[in-house]
Ligand binder design. Sequence first.
Ligand code: GRF
Length: 213
Amino acid sequence: MTSFAVLASGTGSNFEAIADAVQSGRLAAKLVGVVSDVPDAGVLAKARLRGITTAVVPREKDRAAHDRKILQALDALPGGRPRFLVLAGYMRVMTSTLIQAFRADRYSRIVNIHPSLLPAFPGVAGYAQAYAHGAKIAGVTVHLVDEGLDSGPICAQGAFSISECESVHEVEDLGKELEHRLYPETLSWILPEKFKLEERETASVRRLCVRPI
Ligand code: GRF
C-alpha cells in the first residue's frame, strides 16, 4: 500500500475526510503522519485523537530552510519518508527542495486541493474570490504540485452553483462538502499512481494533464 503523510496548517476537515476514508477502506493507502507548520493548528489535535504521529515545523522566513526541516520531519515518520505528500490546507508555497524530494519521472508525488476551478482564482481565498466576482459557479480542484502557484497538472474537479448564495460562508460550506468527497475519491487512484500524463498544447503553453487509467 502506498504510504503518505498529510501536510496542513489549519483546522483539518480535509484531513478528517481522508483519515475516515483510510479507516473505512475506501482509500487503500497508509497514512503515516501529519506535519504542520502551525503549532496550535486544529489538524494536530484531530490527528493525535486518532493516534496518528504528528510533527510541528514552525514557519521561518527562509522558505528553503523551512522546507529542509519539513523533509527531515517526514524522514523521521514511522517507515521513513512516505511515498506521497498530501496537502490539506497547507498555507505556504513550497520551494523546489521539497518538490524535488518527491519527484517522479514527470511529476511530483505531492497532491493539493484548491478551493476554485483552476486556472481561475489561484492563491488565497478561492471561494471568496468567486463570490466577490459574482461568479455563478464555484468549484474545487485536486492537482499535482509543481513549482508554480496552484499551477500543477489537474487531476479532478467538481463544481457547484453559487448563484443563490448570500454570503461567502454559504459558498465555503458547499465547497467544503464537495472537497470532503472529491479529495479521498481522487486520492484513491492518484496514490497508487493509476494515471497517465498527457501533454497538450495551446498556442503558447504546453501543459501536462492527468487522466485516470
Ligand atoms: C480548504 O478549503 C482547501 O481547499 C484549502 O484549504 C482549506 C483547508 O481546510 N487548500 P481544512 O483545514 O481541511 O478544513
